[in-house]
Design a protein. Sequence first.
Length: 495
Amino acid sequence: MPRKHRRRQLNENALNSQSLDELKQIFGESTDLLIRPFPGGHVVYLRTQIDQVRLEETVLERIRHGFQLDRISSAYVLPVHTFAQATQEVLDGSALLVVDGQQEAYAVRINLTEHRAIEEPSTESVIRGPRSGFTEELDLNLYLVRKRMRTPSLRVEEQIIGEITRTRVALLYEEGIVEPNLLREVRSRLQTIKIDGVLESNYIEELIQDSPFSMFPTIQNTERPDVVAGALLEGRVALLVDGTPFALVMPLTFWGALQASEDYYSHYTIATAIRWIRFTFLFISLLFPSIYVAITTFHQEMLPTNLLLSVAAAREGSPFPALVEALLMEVTFEALREAGVRLPKPVGQAVSIVGALVIGQAAVEAGIISAPMVIVVAITGIASFTIPRYNFGYAMRLLRFPIIILAGSLGLFGIVVGLMLLLIHLCGLRSFGIPYLAPLAPLSLSGLKDVLVRVPHWMMRSRPRQVGKRNLQRMPAGQRPAPPTPHAEGGGEAE
């Protein structure tokens, strides 16, 4: 009999005391599969998946003299009727009790609960704000979200994705706020996933995102529970994947990728100033090397005379044109940055910083690279660190290279061509039906209060119209703080 056919037949048979050989056959020669007898039956489990101390205390000790279901102290006891169900329960960390003379078995969930401690996310650190971050345990991550949203309207829909890994995925949304069309689209894309395994949330991200060939992310990933809670309050949806601390939030816009959670924990004037710094350095990280290459190659008349003389003197001994210099330095800087990430933390930081200083200084003294180019690349590298979303920053770093080539070939005209092509691409992107440049294109004046500036919380009376139009009102009018009374201002009348 073919193996597939036999497996299907086994799945349809009922469990009984003569089923142990079939269970051994399903798991093969796995050395961590244990079958222990007890009076009236056997207990089957994977020793690598369960807490053996709890197994002794809550199961084996209580059935030592015979099986009685009401004596088992566990919050999770499930009747099992088929081999498929029994196999999955054992894999999920259950002890399977196969009782003689009964047509069903019982799964007692006593899986290992070891997990990494809740720590501050290293990729999204803040000065002011919550310090807790997601872990690799799905149930613990759900707790962290529930702790911030103590409402029965928070919906959690779980499903299994991956034929082999059987990864648990939880879809979160706020009932009454989320747009039904958005929720329907997310559900539809998740249901179409057919894959053998999901080891990290990026597997799902690439399978459900819009414009898969674009470098710009259309789905946000985050390690912070407060970011997920804030997104749910706006009407967006989130995906938590078992085995990874990175949650997925959708939809994501261009402006959302430039916002950090700390923007909402600081005074609005400070948050607005920091946002404008990010916008400025975003353009610097994308265009600064290209502008330098274009001006020094084609448009020297744009530089003041003193600056032009200084640049010309510095580049006099360089054997390469500005285009080659820029490409060499950018590739070297990216290699040092990648080496700093991959090496152990104490070594990586020293290698990236010392390596950049030593290589830059040595290249200038050897006459291979001009000093102004080292300054330009260093400022560009610092500017790229101001982008709060790491995957969004990657897109800007990669786009820098074709724009440098356009600048070295066509001058400022090449930069304009590159920017126009980039703008056309961004205007065509969608994230679950939401335009990527919304609310700036298409223009929505009410949505600009949290894009170019961050207005005070008492002015954010409505949710973003793109995702929260089902329930726009966040707070009633009149929440602005009242001016101080004369008594409060003067401290009262003296007696």
